[in-house]
Design a protein around this ligand. Structure first.
Ligand code: FPP
Ligand code: MG
Ligand code: MG
Length: 310
């Protein structure tokens, strides 16, 4: 991971000093490096885990993720990210969007070093990321199940890149095609679980912990798992919450009351149980691997997603 970290610092550099400053802003602010860590772990399933291509692939997925955060904070009008002021708040939307584009371009340049198949996989991942993100802004149709719509959004905007992280790790680490496919499926499910827990944390955690402003999804009108589960309630005690969920949550008072009621609602634990079940499902996909430390680490990785607090 320290080799990846040093390489990332080089990749965000530009000939233009200001571009370097804007592009390194969020990377220096922090981040879990969840995706590159998965690339390195998945590479351990093969016989070339320490190849240069694995490091390059780890940088590709982190740069792609980083780029999407610059764009995401514009769309979500978010002011805080990784405990730092977001790029759109520090500069403006134009700088944030173009810095995101710069990072996407950097990640694409790097993908080309991995060959045509890697470019194809990366391009498909971009497509799914953007589809997921756009779908989030479109309400489910009258005949569409809101939970199914939400899960489709989550799979696109987050499952896709985490699946690619696991696939790249297996592929460039020298694993068999069978293992690569199994790990890509595992990554997809872990990625969805990761986004579901992110959405739970959006409600449950304080900004000091998450480095983000709590309740951003509510304010932006993005329904997430706990909200969808609470909405299904027929308990008369939930009447106020259900009314609030239909109200204008850009209003600070209504927003605070909604967040408070949701945090105490049983839907939070119901949503957490759902994430635990997804993590179990991900672990079951690892049955192609022999028992041992690598499989154990990938199992632990799925468990951490379900219980994480940042
Ligand atoms: C975070 O969701 C957002 C994503 C994981 C994906 C965002 C994708 C895009 C902006 C499209 C990318 C564009 C190209 C060109 C590939 P969130 O807002 O729920 O998470 P947060 O709590 O971290 O803000
Ligand atoms: Mg966001
Ligand atoms: Mg978003």
């Amino acid at each position: 991971m320290s080799v990846v970290e040093n390489a990332l610092q080089e990749h965000v550099r530009s000939r233009a000093g200001f571009v370097t400053q804007a592009a390194s802003h969020l990377m220096e602010a922090g981040g879990k490096r969840f995706r590159p860590l998965l690339v390195l772990l998945a590479a351990e399933t093969g016989d070339r885990a320490d190849s240069d291509e694995v490091v390059t692939a780890a940088c590709v997925v982190e740069l792609t993720h980083l780029a999407s955060l610059y764009h995401d904070d514009v769309m979500d009008e978010a002011e805080l990210r990784r405990g730092a002021v977001s790029a759109n708040a520090r500069w403006d939307n134009l700088v944030a969007i173009l810095t995101g584009d710069f990072l996407f371009s950097k990640s694409s340049e790097l993908t080309a070093e991995l060959g045509a198949d890697a470019v194809r996989i990366q391009a498909r991942t971009f497509t799914r990321l953007v589809e997921g993100q756009i779908l989030e802004t479109v309400k489910p149709g009258p005949d569409e199940d809101p939970l199914a719509h939400y899960l489709e959004v989550v799979a696109g905007k987050t499952g896709s890149l985490i699946a690619t992280s696991a696939r790249y790790g297996a592929r460039f680490g020298g694993a068999s095609r069978e293992v690569e496919e199994a790990l890509a499926s595992y990554g997809e499910v872990v990625g969805c679980a990761f986004q579901l827990s992110d959405d739970i944390l959006d409600i449950a955690s304080e900004s000091g912990e998450s480095g983000k402003t709590p309740g951003t999804d509510l304010r932006e009108g993005v329904p997430t798992l706990p909200v969808l589960m609470a909405r299904a309630s027929t308990d008369p005690e939930d009447a106020r919450l259900l009314e609030l969920l239909e109200s204008d949550l850009t209003n600070d008072g209504l927003h605070a009351e909604t967040l408070d009621l949701l945090r105490k609602h049983p839907a939070m634990d119901e949503a957490r149980a759902y994430v635990v079940a997804r993590a179990q499902e991900a672990k079951a996909l690892l049955s192609v691997l022999p028992a041992g430390p690598v499989r154990g680490a990938l199992e632990a990785f799925a468990d951490i997603v379900a219980i994480r607090s940042t």
